[in-house]
Write a protein that binds this ligand. Structure first.
Ligand code: AMP
Length: 366
C-alpha cells in the first residue's frame, strides 16, 4: 500500500472521544494537523479536537461525511464495530488495519495468532457451552480464569474457576457466551512493550515498562521495567514480530507476564507470556508524554501519516500514576509538587473506577 501523503493542515480522523483521543488530537495539533473526532458520546477528545461529529458507529451517512472530511483515520479503542471499519476502509486509509482490530477484539483469535508466531501465552481452551467448559477445566485444571472472548477490559468479563465451583453457574454468571478458559500464570510482574511500526516497516519501541494494577485497573507504570536486558530485548522482539505479522501501522501495546522460576539447582530462569494486545495507544505508554523524546501519541500520528518515527529515548527513569475516581481531588497538591507533570482529562464527574487524569515523575538516575 502506498501512503496518500499527509501534509501540514490535513485532518486526522479519530474514532472515540475518550482521553486517548484527546491526547492524540493534541499531538496532531502540535504537528500542524487538524483533528476530527467521531463518537456517539461527547467526551474529553471533543474539547480539544478541531471538529467533532456526534453519531452512532452504524450511521453510514455520518460515517461517509466524516470519511470525506478527513485524510487518514485511526481509533482510540479496539472495539470499533467490524461494519464501521469496513465502511471506512472502503473510503480512506485506516490505521491500524482491520485485521489488527479483529485479532485483538477476540481473545481466542488473539491467542491462536500469537501461538502461530511461536509466541507463548497462558495455556487456554475454547469454551462455547457448559460441556466444553467441563472439558476445558479437565485440560487446563483449577484454579483457572474464564474470560469472555469479546468486550473484556479492566478485569470485566472474567471469572475465576476455583476448586469445587459449580461450572454451569460460573458460565451463566459470565453471560453464557463464547469464552476461553485460561490457566493462571504465576508471574513475578506484569510488563508491557509499547512500540510503533512505521509505514516503511521500521519498528521503534520505548523501554519496556512495568505495570501495577489495583482492582484490575492500571494504577502505576514504571519505566524501565526491573527485568534483565536480555528479557527486555526478547519482549521487544515479540512485539516487533506481532506488528510485522499484522502488517501494522501505528502504536501497538503488548501486555506480558514476566515469569521467574528458580530451578532446584538454584538457577533462575526468566520467561515471558503475552497476555493481551492493544492495537492503539495505551495507558501504560502515558509516561512517554513527559519521559521520552517522542510521546506515544506523537509517534502514532507520525506513523499513520506515513512520516518518519521519532526517537523513543528515555529522559530518565519515570513513574506514571493514574488518577482514578476521587484520586483526582489531589490535583492541587500535585500542582504544588515540583517535578510532577499533571495531565487532567477534563471529566466533570469523578465516578469510582473512572480514569480522570494521570501524573508522571521523572526519578533520579540510579
Ligand atoms: P486482562 O483483562 O486479560 O488484561 O486481565 C486483567 C488482569 O487479570 C491482568 O492484568 C492480570 O493481572 C490478571 N490476569 C489475567 N489473565 C491472567 C492469567 N492467565 N494468569 C494470571 N493473572 C491473569
Amino acid at each position: 500500500m502506498t501512503h496518500i501523503g499527509i501534509r501540514q493542515g490535513d485532518t486526522v480522523g479519530i474514532l472515540g472521544s475518550g482521553q486517548l483521543g484527546r491526547m492524540l488530537a493534541s499531538a496532531a495539533a502540535r504537528l500542524g494537523l487538524r483533528s476530527h473526532v467521531y463518537a456517539p458520546e461527547s467526551g474529553p477528545a471533543f474539547d480539544v479536537a478541531t471538529t467533532h461529529t456526534r453519531a452512532e458507529y452504524d450511521n453510514d451517512e455520518a460515517l461517509a461525511k466524516f470519511a470525506a472530511e478527513v485524510h487518514v483515520i485511526t481509533y482510540e479503542f479496539e472495539n470499533v464495530p467490524a461494519h464501521t471499519a469496513e465502511f471506512l476502509v472502503a473510503r480512506r486509509q485506516v490505521h491500524p488495519n482491520p485485521v489488527a482490530l479483529a485479532t485483538s477484539q477476540d481473545r481466542l483469535l488473539e491467542k491462536q495468532f500469537l501461538n502461530s508466531l511461536g509466541i507463548p501465552t497462558a495455556p487456554f481452551a475454547q469454551v462455547d457451552d457448559g460441556g466444553s467448559l467441563a472439558r476445558a477445566v479437565a485440560q487446563i485444571g483449577r484454579p483457572s480464569i474464564l474470560k469472555t472472548r469479546r468486550f473484556g477490559y479492566d478485569g470485566k468479563g472474567q471469572a475465576m474457576v476455583r476448586e469445587g465451583a459449580d461450572l454451569s453457574a460460573v458460565f451463566r454468571g459470565i453471560g453464557a457466551q463464547p469464552c476461553i478458559l485460561e490457566g493462571v500464570v504465576d508471574f513475578a510482574r506484569e510488563i508491557s512493550v509499547v512500540g510503533a511500526r512505521g509505514f516503511d516497516g521500521s519498528f521503534a519501541a520505548w523501554d519496556v515498562c512495568e505495570n501495577t494494577h489495583e482492582h484490575h485497573i492500571l494504577a502505576v507504570t514504571r519505566a524501565p521495567a526491573n527485568i534483565a536486558p536480555e528479557t527486555a530485548a526478547q519482549a521487544v522482539g515479540m512485539a516487533s514480530r506481532i506488528a510485522e505479522a499484522l502488517n501494522y501501522v501505528g502504536v501497538i501495546a503488548v501486555e506480558m507476564f514476566h515469569i521467574v522460576k528458580k530451578r532446584p539447582n538454584g538457577e533462575v530462569v526468566e520467561s515471558l507470556a503475552v497476555n493481551e494486545l492493544a492495537p492503539r495507544v495505551h495507558n501504560s505508554g502515558h509516561w512517554t508524554l513527559d519521559g521520552s523524546v517522542t510521546s506515544q501519541f506523537e509517534q502514532h500520528i507520525r506513523a499513520i501519516c506515513g512520516w518518519p518515527l521519532g526517537s523513543t529515548r528515555l529522559h530518565a527513569p519515570v513513574e506514571m500514576r493514574n488518577l482514578i475516581g476521587s484520586d483526582v481531588d489531589m490535583w492541587r497538591e500535585l500542582l504544588n509538587e515540583p517535578g510532577v507533570c499533571l495531565h487532567l482529562y477534563g471529566k466533570r464527574e469523578a465516578r469510582p473506577g473512572r480514569k480522570m487524569g494521570h501524573f508522571t515523575r521523572l526519578l533520579p538516575q540510579e
